[in-house]
Design a protein around this ligand. Structure first.
Ligand SMILES: Cc1ncc(C[n+]2csc(CCOP(=O)(O)OP(=O)(O)O)c2C)c(N)n1
Ligand SMILES: [Mg+2]
Length: 229
C-alpha cells in the first residue's frame, strides 16, 4: 500500500499511534527553516491524544511558534475503548492549554464547519501565532479492523449516527433540498468520486515495490572491524 507521497506533500500513514505528531511538528519546523509559508496539518485520534510524544511536540511547537494545525479526530473510540473509559479530559480542544495552544471543537460531520475551521486555523498559523488545535467531533461507523465485532457499542448507536449525522447524506440533502439539484446530478457526482477512489486504490495496490537496492539509499555506516582471529 502506498501511504506516502512527497510530491503531494502527504507524509504518513504510521503504524505507531501518535508517531505522526512529532513528524508533523518537524515538518512545520522545516517550513519555517526553509522560509516557506506552508503550514503542517497534523491529524491524530482521540486515543493517540493520550500519547506522551504529543505533548513534547505541543511544547516545542508553541515555544517556537511553529505553523502547525493539530487536528484531533474524536470519533469516540480508540480501537474498542470509548473516550470516557480512556481519557481523564475528554474535551481534546483543551489539551493544549498548559502549552498556551488555543483550540476549539468543530462539528466534523458538517463540511461547511470543517472548511471554516480549517481556513481560520490556517490564517492563525500563517499570521505567526503558532499552533492551534481543532477537535473534529465525528464518529467511526466500522470496527477498528476485520476482527472487531464492535461489542463495546450498540447497533442503535451506530444506526442513529448514520441516519441523523452522516456528512455525505447531509450534503446530498442540502444540494437537492435547498439548491434544487436533481437526484441524477447527485448520482453523477457520487460516481465521479467513486471512480477517483477506485483509481487511487488501484494505484496503491499495483504500484511496483521498490528495488531491494533502495535498502542502502541514504544509509551510511563505518566498516565494522573483524574480530581478531
Ligand atoms: C504506540 C502504539 N500503541 C498501541 C497501538 C495499537 N493501536 C492501534 S490503533 C489504536 C487505537 C488508536 O485510537 P485512535 O487514535 O482513537 O484511532 P482510531 O481507533 O479512532 O482510528 C491502538 C491502541 C499502536 N499501533 N501503537
Ligand atoms: Mg478514535
Amino acid at each position: 500500500m502506498h501511504m506516502f507521497s512527497k510530491e503531494k506533500k502527504f507524509f504518513g500513514g504510521h503504524g505507531i499511534v501518535g508517531a505522526q505528531v512529532p513528524i508533523g511538528t518537524g515538518l512545520a519546523f522545516s517550513n519555517v527553516y526553509n522560509k516557506t509559508d506552508a503550514i503542517s496539518i497534523t491529524y491524530f485520534g482521540d486515543g493517540a491524544a493520550n500519547q506522551g510524544q504529543v505533548y513534547e511536540s505541543f511544547n516545542m511547537a508553541s515555544l517556537w511558534k511553529l505553523p502547525v494545525v493539530y487536528v484531533v479526530e474524536n470519533n469516540r473510540y480508540a480501537m474498542g475503548t470509548s473516550v470516557n473509559r480512556a481519557s481523564a479530559e475528554t474535551d481534546f480542544s483543551h489539551r493544549g492549554l498548559s502549552f498556551k495552544i488555543p483550540g476549539f471543537q468543530v462539528d466534523g460531520m458538517d463540511v461547511r464547519a470543517v472548511k471554516a475551521a480549517g481556513d481560520l486555523a490556517a490564517e492563525h498559523c500563517r499570521s505567526g501565532e503558532g499552533p492551534i488545535i481543532l477537535e473534529m467531533m465525528t464518529y467511526r461507523y466500522r470496527g477498528h479492523s476485520m476482527s472487531d465485532p464492535a461489542k463495546y457499542r450498540t447497533r442503535d448507536e451506530v444506526q442513529k449516527m448514520r441516519s441523523e449525522s452522516d456528512p455525505i447524506e447531509q450534503v446530498k440533502k442540502r444540494l437537492t433540498g435547498d439548491h434544487g439539484m436533481s437526484e441524477d446530478e447527485v448520482k453523477a457526482i457520487d460516481k465521479k468520486v467513486r471512480d477517483i477512489v477506485a483509481d487511487a486504490a488501484d494505484f496503491a495496490q499495483n504500484d511496483p515495490e521498490p528495488d531491494p537496492s533502495e535498502l542502502w539509499t541514504d544509509i551510511y555506516a563505518e566498516d565494522i572491524p573483524q574480530a581478531a582471529e
